[in-house]
Design a protein around this ligand. Sequence first.
Ligand code: SDX
Length: 423
Amino acid sequence: MATFTIKDNRTGRSAEFEVLDSTLGSPVVDITGLHKELGVYTYDNGLGMTATCQSEITFIDGAKGELLYRGYPIEELAEKKNYIEVCYLILHGELPNSDQYESFEKDIRIKSYPHEGIKNLFSAFPDNGHPMAILSSAVSALSAFHHQHLNIKDDEEFMEMARRIIAKMPTLAAYTYRHSMGYPLIYPDMDRYFTENFLYMLRAFPTGKTEISEVETRALDTIFMLHADHEQNASTTTVRAVGSTGAHPYAAVVAGINALWGRAHGGANESVIAQLEMIGSVENVDRFIKRAKDPNDPFRLMGFGHRVYKNFDPRARVLKRLRDELRDTIGINSKLIEIADRVEEIALNDEYFVKRNLYPNIDFYSGTILEALGIRKKMFTPIFVIGRTVGWITHLIEQKRDPKQKIYRPRQRYIGKKRRSVP
Ligand code: SDX
């Protein structure tokens, strides 16, 4: 039990609250009755010290730099499994046997075709619209084409709804890219695996053969896997908040897409490459590091720092290894790597970053690999969306299954005007 005592003269009361153990990580204090007992609310700017739900999906140890999906370390999954196997694991809680995998993977292929009507949506957008604006509109349209899932009671129906959005996200993202390039939209190819199919839909033309190497497919598959879920990050919290009102599950995912777009969150991967290009040379790195450290300069080192990781982001470690392995195979831009390596070398030894536990995060390395796969910067965050969709929809299912889950309704500390009369 935890005892809270308010020592000032306003209430001066004490009360006890239950401490709930977690399977891994810190226990939590259940403060459900706090206001009733002590007449106060907690104030936690950014919710960094607040557990908003209970979950079995993912665990992060920020101090150790550890990330587990359903108990499995991300490093081992990245080495031994593919993205669709990890999607099954995150959704169902266990890795699939061969029959389960075959049936799941086949259903994902079949569901990769969106309703033909959605294609018409793309022609309404200007070709220079940001892909995240177009993608979130297209996914929002999904809730119009699949409105029958407005009130899910049947578990299998929810799983069907989950497989549908996981399968369609790459197709909608590819349509978004093709429209922005003025290229014809390419249908998914039923003979290709999820990740290979996405690269195919980005690159293919109505005539001619499209070559996609195993190495490229494996690289992108690993990137999807590393982005699959990450506890209660800003976009997942947004998805849960919208889901808690009973809104359509795809409407909740759209809210997550828009939260992810911000450069402090999923939009950072696009900003990392833009920043490395802006730095332009190894010689300029010192000047930009100085700016990042200047409290009066809003410049931030994109791809560095994290709300939870106060050590290396384990996903960044996997991506750094992958980037160095692929350096010559897929022709990663060595100039950008030289600048990135110099940024990392200085930042990891500079007192400002060391004191603040600022380490490279997943976004610091993903961009150079995506760029080498011929994927344009503006498509980096849609790639993050494809990977993260399984996490978002699984958190929604977990929330629906929790009979105690309430609508999100935090309180505030009011610092406005006292009651006054209109003159
Ligand atoms: C993702 O939550 C998740 O799990 C997210 C994510 C996921 O998978 O869903 O992991 C994906 O969003 C990764 C993060 C991508 N964002 C970026 O790379 C953008 C650059 N990073 C920063 O904007 C920042 O580090 C945040 C937003 C990630 C975290 O911001 P916080 O919580 O304010 O960081 P902090 O409290 O740890 O900051 C401590 C200090 C502050 O300075 P002081 O007030 O102590 O003087 O470090 C400074 C910050 O100003 N700081 C930085 C910095 N990040 C923090 N200074 C320079 N460059 C940076 N990148």
